[in-house]
Design a protein around this ligand. Sequence first.
Ligand code: HAM
Length: 428
Amino acid sequence: MRNRIQAIRGVRDIFSTEAAYWLKLENALRTLAGIYGYQYIKLPILEQTLLFQRSIGDGTDIVSKEMYTFADKNGDSLTMRPEGTAGCVRAVNQHSLAYGEKCKLWYNGPMFRHERPQKGRYRQFEQFGMEAFGFQKADIEVDMLLFCHRLWEQLGLTEHVNLHVNTIGDLASREKYKAVLLDYLNSNAALIGDDIVRMRQNPLRMLDSKRPELAQIIADAPRLADYLSAESADFFAYFLDLLDKMSIKYNLKPSLVRGLDYYNDTVFEWSTDRLGAQSEICAGGRYDGLVADLGGKPNYAVGFAIGLDRVINLLECTNQLAKQHTVDVYLATEYQADIRARAYSLLEQWRTLLPSVKFQACLEDTSLKKQLQQANKHGAKYVVIIGGEEFAADTISVKFLNADIPQKMYTTKEFSEILIQEYKNDNG
Ligand code: HAM
């Protein structure tokens, strides 16, 4: 036998119950995005490498260590997107989507980062993201957080997630603070190789360090809040006030700085304590400088992305991934062309009449017993049987798999009425 080819490390197949939940989650996100007035944008996976270098930042872990970058056949350096914001801004600029008007967009799809794989951290993972352009005030941040808040509620996750917020100030506040922080960090002996490189590239990122030896140094570090410009302080105060008034609970987290370079002022993340180390399920913030940095007319911008793999993991560990039934009505018949033809015609009529109901027929030459086993395996509620007797009498027999009701004979009209009554309010 030849060797089986396996999927590559950090890249997963998703199937069975988990796949059914992905569809549910994606549908919920799509519907909710429409309700909040965000429009879908479908973006490419491949972009010029330069796009990510200029947006996420050369010194970040993503750009310096984790990108899937290669030269294509023309020798152009391409990268498989590690996130969606940069490509979205590129598209908004390229097609002038936000010139002179406001624009609220959403996207989803696979992202690629060459990280060390573990549960919740994959090399190919899915994000759902929202990006909004042209909104100066923090109302847009709140609009996005209300969206997330409603999503967690719909998914039954509210009690398992926490919102953390911070401000990293505008550029001027940050430059002032960086100098103070750098002085403070330099006077601390505990910094080692990687820390020093990080510190030189962006001292703010040191606040995000997970190294236990640095925990105390970080806790005692000067606070950016004390160096904010009046505008940034007012902006943040309004944001927090609105969150309070909308009863959205949050923790102020001064160490929250984010690992991408494009942010200013608001940064936020939703995390959970149910997933171990990979606790961050959603993150984002404001990035007013990026549109112009990527060659567009200066414009306000805010966005976030949800890590869908982690949301699914959270649904799983909070026991919300119940086994899905894949069939509602199973059709069991004898193996004879005229009986099968009648069965399939009936199914086609029902599929037209009841588009949200899942029908399946036996497609093999197999015993009634085996067909009933199949129906059970798929979680069917009804088995419609058409044997020789039913065929001759132009009727059907129905077996009720979930109820203590004896098998019963109906005309197709009678049973169609039963199905219509039962599923008329079902949206699938
Ligand atoms: P990010 O924090 O790098 O932000 O990623 C957002 C989310 O993607 C994370 O909170 C996490 O749930 C998920 N994620 C990241 N890496 C992995 C991985 N290796 N495996 C599984 N899930 C992962 C961004 O990407 C920004 N573009 C967010 C944003 C949008 N900011 C403004 N607009």
